[in-house]
Structures are given as C-alpha cells and as structure tokens.
Design a protein around this ligand. Structure first.
Ligand code: SAM
Ligand code: SF4
Length: 331
C-alpha cells in the first residue's frame, strides 16, 4: 500500500527534502584546494554502492522520507559508468535530479543525461585562463570544460550554474571576469568560500576569499541588486541591474546558512551524513548488505537526521575537521 511520505524532520524542526548522492570518490582533476597531486586512496570498487543499491536508497528517500530533489556529485560523477541509465532510474522515482561536475566529458554525455531526466548541472570552473586552469587543477583540460558548458546549455540542462572557489593569490583577480563570462553566456555564476575540507589539511583561513570580498570586487564592475527570496538555498543571490543575470555567493564559512539546511548526504560507500561537516555517519551499506528491510533503513535514516546538530563550527576554534575530505563526502 502506498502512503504519503512522512517529513524527514530534525530536532530543530528543519524538514529535509534535498539528498546529495556521491557516485564515486574518484576524479580526473586534482584541484589544489580539494586533493593532492597524487590523488587519494580511492575506495575499492566492492565498497562502493552499486546502481541497484543507490536506486533502492533513493526509492526509500523519495517514497518514505519526502526527498524531493537529488543532486548527484562526487568525486567526479561523470566517471561513473552507465550514468545516463542510473539517472533515468532515479528520475523515474520522481525527484528533481541535478548534477555537480567538473564538466570533463559533459560534451559527450549532456544530451543522453537530459534525455534520461537530468534537469540541471553545476559546472566547476575557477578561471578562464588555460595556464591557470592547468595550475589549479593540475590538468590541461579547460577546453573540455568550455565544451561541456556549451553542450549542457544546448541540451537544455539549465540554468547552467558555474561554480568557482576563489583563492587568494590564485584566482581572486578573476572574480569579475568569471562573472562577466557567465553573464555573457547565460550561465549563473556562483562563488563558493573555500572550506577546510581539502584532503591535505592545507586550508588556510587567510587564503580564503570571503563573500564580502567577492561582493566588493563584483561591485566594481556590476550594479548588483539583492534577490529577496532565499528559501533553503545555500547561495545568496544578486541580479545584475538591467539584465536577467543572477550571481550567487555561497558563504559557508563567514555567513553559514545552517538554520535553513534541508540537506542530507550519502557517500559513494553508502554512509549517510547529516551535515557536510559531520564527524559521524550511519552505515546504510551495512544495512543494505545485511538484508535489512525498508522499515529498518527508514528508521536508521530518521535517527541520523534526528541527531543533526544546530550548525557547524567552521568559524570557531572548536571546529573539528571531518575524517573525510570533500571529494569523498560529495560536495
Ligand atoms: N568534481 C565535481 C566538481 O568539481 O564540481 C563535483 C565534486 S566537487 C567536491 C563539488 C564542489 O566542491 C566543486 O564546486 C568544488 O569546487 C567544490 N570544492 C572542492 N573542494 C572545496 C573546498 N575545500 N572548499 C570549497 N569548495 C570546494
Ligand atoms: Fe575533482 Fe571536483 Fe575535487 Fe576538483 S573539486 S579535484 S574536480 S572532486
């Protein structure tokens, strides 16, 4: 018998409707703010959830817990074999499906992903300059990203968002150029404050470019009007006066948005996290592989969200880094 899902509530009354699913911890780039040049000890394949396991968990999330949107991420989710088929199976369950990607390979797959039911993409791009891109990502692939962006827009995967992490002395001088590029091409630019989630533990507060600085630089070139409604979205948004273009800033460190958080995360190896910065996880893979029924998995999921704290402490001295880096959690 089908019954309406019961909301996924925490102790503070926050309703969770957004699920981030990491499809792999592997990546074909090595962004300096994310992982070391040599990469990481990737998950052995047997430890990663297979397609049927991912689909079962999403079915429980949508059907029983009221999850309405699923964002696929990683690592680099386009590295997942058979991604269009998996997207099709997830979309058939009813949520809005989106993808966060570095864009490499998107030119080849955008049409198939759209046809499978993917609605939107976020593409990461920190610079418009080929040499700088190669320095930041340690790979000479900027042309693939530009091609991926154009293909995503042509395939109707819009609004295409462009994510950039400004880092002092690296690319902060390009903030307004990146925004102008996005405005010109009809993409939605978003700047993300760098967070202490790199695998090397090298994050340095003084290298983080704050939201206030991003806005100051943007203000030198654009007339920005605040977009009133924010809802549960992590980005604060501004419209460029006289245009439809919108620019967002995600200030997880200096202006945290925990009070409106509606997100829960599933890692590629089936661990449920109630926060990007959580230090504890719930092992849904063990339940899946141990033969647990849907009731048991639903209960574990609800218990994890019930234990969610009011907010993270990134900006305080008490902050404890999670064991996993961003690329292994799913950004
Ligand atoms: N590989 C895909 C990509 O780069 O879009 C998806 C995974 S990546 C971890 C997701 C997002 O996290 C990207 O926009 C990336 O720039 C961002 N990111 C990675 N490390 C970060 C850090 N230390 N602080 C802030 N954002 C970070
Ligand atoms: Fe890969 Fe994304 Fe991390 Fe860059 S930010 S290394 S593209 S996972």
């Amino acid at each position: 018998m089908n019954t309406a899902p019961r909301p996924l509530l925490d102790r503070f009354g926050r309703v969770h409707t957004d699920l981030r699913v990491s499809l792999t911890d592997r990546c074909n780039l090595r962004c300096t703010y994310c992982m070391p040049a040599e990469g990481l000890d990737w998950l052995p394949r047997a430890q990663a959830l297979g397609d049927d396991e991912v689909v079962r968990l999403v079915r429980i999330a949508v059907g029983r817990l009221g999850i309405a949107s699923v964002r696929l991420t990683g690592g680099e989710p386009l590295l997942r074999r058979g991604l269009p088929e998996l997207v099709g199976r997830i979309a058939a369950l009813g949520p809005e499906v989106s993808l966060t990607t570095n864009g490499i390979g998107l030119a080849r797959t955008a049409v198939a992903l759209r046809a499978a039911g993917l609605e939107r993409v976020n593409v990461s791009l920190d610079t418009l300059r080929p040499e700088r891109f190669a320095r930041i990502t340690r790979r000479d692939r900027i042309a693939d990203v530009f091609a991926g962006l154009a293909a995503a827009r042509a395939a109707g995967l819009g609004p295409v968002k462009v994510n950039a992490v400004p880092v002092r002395g690296v690319n902060e001088d390009e903030i307004s150029e990146l925004a102008a590029f996005a405005v010109e091409h009809g993409y939605r630019m978003r700047f993300i404050e760098s967070m202490p989630l790199d695998a090397q533990g090298a994050w340095d507060r003084s290298a983080m470019v704050t939201a206030a600085e991003v806005l100051e630089r943007l203000g030198e070139r654009f007339d920005l009007l605040p977009v009133g409604r924010r809802g549960n979205a992590p980005a604060e948004e501004w419209r460029v006066a006289g245009t439809d273009a919108v620019i967002g800033v995600i200030a997880s460190v200096t202006r945290p948005f925990c009070g409106g958080c509606d997100r829960v995360r599933l890692t590629a190896d089936g661990q449920l996290r109630n926060c990007l910065f959580a230090t504890a996880e719930s092992d849904l893979r063990a339940l899946l592989r141990g033969g647990a029924d849907d009731d048991r998995i639903e209960a574990a999921w609800r218990a994890s969200v019930a234990g969610k704290g009011p907010g993270h402490a990134v900006n305080s001295d008490d902050f404890v880094r999670p064991d996993r880096p961003m690329s292994a959690i799913g950004g």
